[in-house]
Design a protein around this ligand. Structure first.
Ligand code: FMN
Length: 211
């Protein structure tokens, strides 16, 4: 199989200035609903890019868990690689790719930790097993082998009541306040639509970008 031969023409939809909402968050919510309606696989999975103190970027998938006060919220371990990088550099980027709709959304912005109360409330809403998983995993640190992790999980599962698990101090939510949101719609002949909102002087301005 020749990887270079894999290509796809995009012809499903168009994106024009006239069918774009003036508020990019509302436009995001509209496309998100359309992704759900189109049964996109894991529509809330997004690539999160961060940059470390030396300026070296890294990226991974996390799950969008809500939009609060115009900001995109996800949960993680604050001491993980991404958590440490965000502690040094608050600038982050998100990418959604919804192949079933031939759409991409790119977001850039700055992160803040959400309130402790909101993190506790979300932690409590998670399944018991996921709560234990968060407690026993020092995310991104080196571990001896898988057994160490499974033993810690089983021990806690056997010793703890379902209601007794406390949210670890170093686990919680981040919210990304966007300063740029680009909507990308695949089109034929690589003449894709790119409509990009930038937040300047407390207003969103819109530009069309070359594909
Ligand atoms: C579909 C999917 C969803 C994920 N969701 C999350 C998430 O919401 N939070 C999280 O911390 N990691 C999530 N992960 C794991 C991350 O991609 C990553 O492996 C982990 O957070 C460690 O990243 P880091 O070492 O860069 O901090 C998810 C992975 C996948 C594939």
């Amino acid at each position: 199989m020749n990887i270079a031969d894999i290509r796809k023409d995009y012809t499903l939809h168009e994106l024009s200035e006239s069918n774009l909402l003036s508020d990019p968050i509302a436009q995001f919510q509209l496309w998100f609903q359309q992704a759900i309606d189109a049964q996109v696989n894991e529509p809330n999975a997004m690539t999160l890019a961060t940059v470390n103190a030396a300026g070296i970027p890294s990226a991974r998938i996390v799950l969008l868990k809500g939009i609060e006060q115009h900001s995109f919220v996800f949960f993680t371990n604050y001491k993980s690689q991404k958590g440490n990088e965000l502690a040094h550099n608050k600038h982050a980027a998100l990418v959604f790719f919804w192949p079933e709709l031939q759409r991409q959304i790119r977001i850039e912005g700055t992160v803040e930790k959400i309130s402790e109360e909101a993190s506790v409330a979300y932690f409590k809403s998670r399944p018991f097993e996921s709560q234990i998983g968060a407690v026993v995993s020092a995310q991104s640190s080196k571990i001896e082998n898988r057994e160490v992790l499974e033993k810690a999980y089983e021990k806690m599962k056997n010793e703890c009541q379902e209601t007794a698990i406390q949210k670890p101090e170093n686990w919680g939510g981040f919210s990304i306040k966007p300063t740029k949101i680009e909507f990308w719609q695949g089109r034929a002949s690589r003449l894709h639509d790119r409509l990009c909102f930038v937040y300047e002087n407390e207003n969103w301005t819109l530009n069309r970008l070359a594909p």
